[in-house]
Design a protein around this ligand. Sequence first.
Ligand SMILES: O=C(O)CCC(=O)C(=O)O
Length: 258
Amino acid sequence: MILTPEQKAAFWRDGFLPYPTLLDAGELAELQQLTEDIAYGRVDIPADIKGIPVLEKEAVIASGDVQAASALDELRKINFPASIHTSFLAVAKKPKIVDLISELLEEPDIKLLGDQIFMKPPGHGSVKEYHQDSASWPFLIPQNQITCWIALDDATLENGCIRCIPGSHTYGLLQLKHLPQLLTEEMKEQEIPNPIPAGGCLLFHSLNLHFSSPNTSDKRRRAWALHYMIAKTKDLSAADEIHVDYISVRGRSFAGFV
Ligand SMILES: O=C(O)CCC(=O)C(=O)O
């Protein structure tokens, strides 16, 4: 077991758990370099996967309101890294990460349902408003996924670390239109900021309400969010609910499940 009983209990009490040492220095450097190689067009990537663009620019860049210093600083997101490059896929299957997920979910058979890098460039990296990740996958049963959010740069209070509302994973799936009523000033006072050093991660439940502020600092804040689930998850998606193919990262697959 790599998690202590206290860490496991904290995850299920709060809905999130910082885990500051995950990648080794070589893995971190390789993934940082790859984000640059992708941004500068040095690696072949598809323009889209199932109609979802792999590269997304920050809105202020796309609109022409802001000129970025480099191609790297134009990007808001790189979607589906594990599906576009073998080095990302290898890390998505890293035993230490899968152990963390498997221990928290108490299941041996684990799949990756999707992933993306939030690039948060310095100066104009945009806000990610409060949300639950499960709202993106209302078709998955049970709604019991875990995101492993890996900091590829130091994530700080200034450059947009993830802020979580403790215990909000117990609220069930909420509709976006109801969030303003819920997120009163009193509720936001409970918010816990989670600074994470580069190479560490924040684990959070897919029903946890979380947020990241704009990056108004001069420090880049890239982070790779990997979303995992148990292999015995049902997918009830309809034709208009697009997702990439699920990737087995450990153990068995089951007929009738993802
Ligand atoms: O990295 C960010 O700024 C947002 C990440 C996030 O909200 C998520 O992975 O669900």
